[in-house]
Design a protein around this ligand. Structure first.
Ligand SMILES: CC(C)(COP(=O)(O)OP(=O)(O)OC[C@H]1O[C@@H](n2cnc3c(N)ncnc32)[C@H](O)[C@@H]1OP(=O)(O)O)[C@@H](O)C(=O)NCCC(=O)NCCS
Length: 330
């Protein structure tokens, strides 16, 4: 299964991941698993006595896990200075920066920015919007890009679809109504994410309600223009659009509706025109196929920071750590 292969790849090139929600028992358990299975080096943020007590209560082994109370750490002033430097143009004062950086979510992302860790995983307690906002403020967007978005690795039981049943679906979690340039960046980033996590050449379908002009509307025009933008920016990328869902993944329909396309019928990266479509599609796919949706995983950041579902278990955190490590190695 894809997650096992990602864990194995993370273990080959062990990265240092910070878990800001270090006092949450799920983070503590996950930290122990990551270190004992050699998946990553882990730093938990929080009060050492609280974390150790919870580890004892849960029977979790913290050998090899670093614990930092960032508020008392000698690095705290550096984190505050960096945050102030990043946000002062927005009117944030040094005093306000100090208050904000007391929040472990911000401290964790700033540690990644400073190179004190390779990636950050949070969201067991914080909301998606809070996690994304901290990453945007403290790590920022990758050079040459303007958009941070998210994707799900979707694994469906029927292996004749996508790459042996595996797809990237995007954006299903962050950019609500993407502009044409944003949609183009979501496609480029998603292709890259597919390549680094699945290890296979991406075939990107820009999805819409029509295939190759079968319907005319501004919402279709946006997808066509985004496809043209990607083709101009990355001529070597296999991408086609606009395509309907069936034309994207069913070879016979792809051939009938988009003859000559190397993507139609064989797509493994599905780009939805907006967050409504993406979010609805991933939830329905998961339920109707008995598939697994892994994510949301953030992309487009200068350094990897990832979100968790608040209902996550320790094993989900371990998977997110492995994914973040592989992103950090790319
Ligand atoms: C991600 C999100 C939180 C950003 O919210 P926001 O209100 O724009 O956040 P901020 O105003 O603090 O923006 C931070 C900065 O990042 C920028 N920014 C916002 N979204 C961005 C994105 N997707 N990519 C790159 N930059 C972005 C803003 O323009 C702002 O820039 P500035 O600081 O230079 O002014 C918001 O898009 C959101 O809530 N998305 C939906 C998340 C969600 O609830 N998903 C659940 C559905 S599954």
């Amino acid at each position: 299964m894809i997650l096992q292969s990602i864990r194995e790849r993370a273990a080959i090139n062990r990265k240092h991941i910070v878990l800001p929600e270090g006092e949450d028992p799920r983070s503590i358990e996950a930290a122990g698993i990551c270190v004992s299975e050699n998946i990553a080096k882990i730093t938990l943020l929080g009060r050492e006595d609280v974390i150790k007590r919870k580890a004892d209560e849960g029977g979790f082994n913290l050998n090899g896990v670093t614990i930092i109370n960032h508020r008392k750490s000698t690095d705290f002033p550096d984190l505050v200075r960096l945050y102030h430097q990043l946000r002062k143009s927005k009117g944030v004062t040094l005093e306000e920066s100090e208050e904000i950086v007391k929040d472990a979510l911000y401290a964790g992302c700033l540690m990644v920015n400073l190179g004190m860790a390779d990636g950050c995983v949070s969201g067991a307690v914080y909301s998606t919007a809070a996690v994304v906002r901290a990453a945007l403020h403290c790590v920022g967007v990758k050079e040459g890009f303007h958009t941070v978005s998210s994707f799900f690795l979707m694994v469906v039981p029927d292996k004749k679809f996508g790459y042996e049943g595996t797809f990237v679906y995007a954006d299903c979690g962050v950019v609500i109504e993407p502009t044409i340039p944003q949609l183009a960046e979501i496609a480029i980033e998603s292709a890259h994410s597919f390549e680094i996590l699945v290890g296979v050449q991406p075939k990107v379908a820009m999805l819409a309600l029509s295939t190759k002009g079968s319907a005319k509307h501004a919402i279709v025009e946006k997808v066509i223009k985004a496809t043209e933008t990607v083709k101009a920016r990355m001529p070597e990328l296999e991408i086609d659009g606009e395509l309907q869902g069936d034309a994207a993944i069913v070879p016979s329909v792809g051939e009938a509706k988009a003859p000559g396309s190397t993507v139609a019928g064989h797509a493994n990266v599905l780009i939805f025109p907006d967050l409504n479509a993406g979010n609805i599609a991933y939830k329905l796919t998961e339920r109707l196929t008995g598939g697994t949706a892994i994510g949301p995983i953030l992309q487009g950041l200068a350094k990897p920071c990832n979100d968790l579902s608040r209902g996550c278990k320790a094993a989900d955190i371990v998977d997110a750590v492995a994914i973040t490590s592989v992103q950090a190695s790319a």
